[in-house]
Design a protein around this ligand. Structure first.
Ligand SMILES: C[S@@+](CC[C@H](N)C(=O)[O-])C[C@H]1O[C@@H](n2cnc3c(N)ncnc32)[C@H](O)[C@@H]1O
Length: 280
């Protein structure tokens, strides 16, 4: 088994992440090297990963270092260690299928169980951008606002759509352009016994269903493009996948175009997620 590690400046992390996810949609190892530098590592059989030279030649990011190493073939064990369960906001427990459900948090709060197979789609709940979205969904639930319909733009494994359905949103629609994501989201919905609609759609071109809540864990350029494409103003909109210095730009765009006002701003390391509501 090969470990391919790539380092870049923190400002380039989203672009590098997007490039590497093509090779490892189920997730990457993210290592903080220092204040300025981040490392991503992907794993695969020899020949299944790009070579260091190919990666450097085809990347739009200024790569600081690319390094391959061989790792022991106890890969399935390491894979399992890599996918740890996570408790979100004392409300959700997101776990891989080989771990048992957990019904209570350490502080005794009842937990909603979410089982997500870390297969060929992004979104095990462990990545900061996903976790921030889950936190903002729970925060909305705690507002006591009516749930209503929800649209998950770029659903990956379906983790956000499934969490929303379990928290009471209905109907829930999840869109992704990757066939693997659509298949994974459907399988995960079935494993969690929730009814959601999962459709293959390209967010650049296909129609976006109107919904009372919209959640989008994407990157800055697509979030800005979607703001321009959104025809119906949601009552709650969660945008994640932004770097810390990219929040104000999206907030200004959503305010100008849709009259949406920033309601919450959550940060985890370099990553930022925002929640918006119509201005009063
Ligand atoms: C960062 S992942 C988020 C996955 C999941 N929602 C989560 O929060 O963990 C972004 C997802 O958006 C999808 N995506 C990216 N560009 C897209 C596009 N143009 N149309 C549809 N889906 C897209 C990717 O396939 C990927 O599954």
């Amino acid at each position: 088994m090969i470990r391919l590690a790539v380092r870049a400046a923190r400002a380039d992390a989203p672009a590098l992440l997007a490039e590497l996810l093509v090779f490892s949609p189920a997730g990457l190892e993210e290592v903080d090297i220092d204040d300025e530098t981040v490392e991503y590592a992907i794993y695969g059989a020899p020949g299944a990963l790009p070579s260091a030279a190919e990666l450097a030649a085809n990347s739009d990011v200024a790569l600081l270092a690319v390094h391959t190493s061989e790792v022991a073939d106890d890969w399935s064990e390491r894979w399992r260690e890599f996918h740890q369960p996570t408790v979100v906001s004392e409300r959700l427990y997101v776990r891989p299928p080989w771990l048992p459900p957990r019904r209570q948090s350490d502080r005794g709060a009842p937990l909603i169980d979410l089982v997500i197979e870390p297969g060929q789609a992004f979104g095990t709940g462990a990545h900061a951008t996903t976790r921030l979205c889950l936190e903002l969904l729970v925060a909305r639930e705690r507002d006591g606002a009516a749930h209503g319909s929800l649209l998950d733009l770029g659903c990956g494994s379906g983790v956000l759509a499934i969490a929303a359905a379990k928290l009471g949103w209905s109907p829930v629609t999840a869109l992704d352009h990757e066939a693997e994501s659509v298949a994974a989201a459907r399988a995960n919905a079935e494993a969690n016994a929730v009814a959601i609609t999962v459709r293959r759609a390209d967010l650049h071109t296909d129609a976006l269903d109107p919904a009372q809540t919209v959640v989008a864990n994407l990157l800055r350029p697509l979030l800005l493009e979607l703001s321009a494409r959104l025809e119906h103003r949601p009552r709650y909109l969660i945008a994640s996948g932004l770097l810390a210095d990219q929040g104000d730009e999206l907030a200004a765009e959503l305010a100008a175009r849709h009259g949406l006002q920033e309601r919450r701003r959550e940060r985890d390391g370099d990553w930022l997620a925002l929640a918006f509501e119509p201005a009063a």
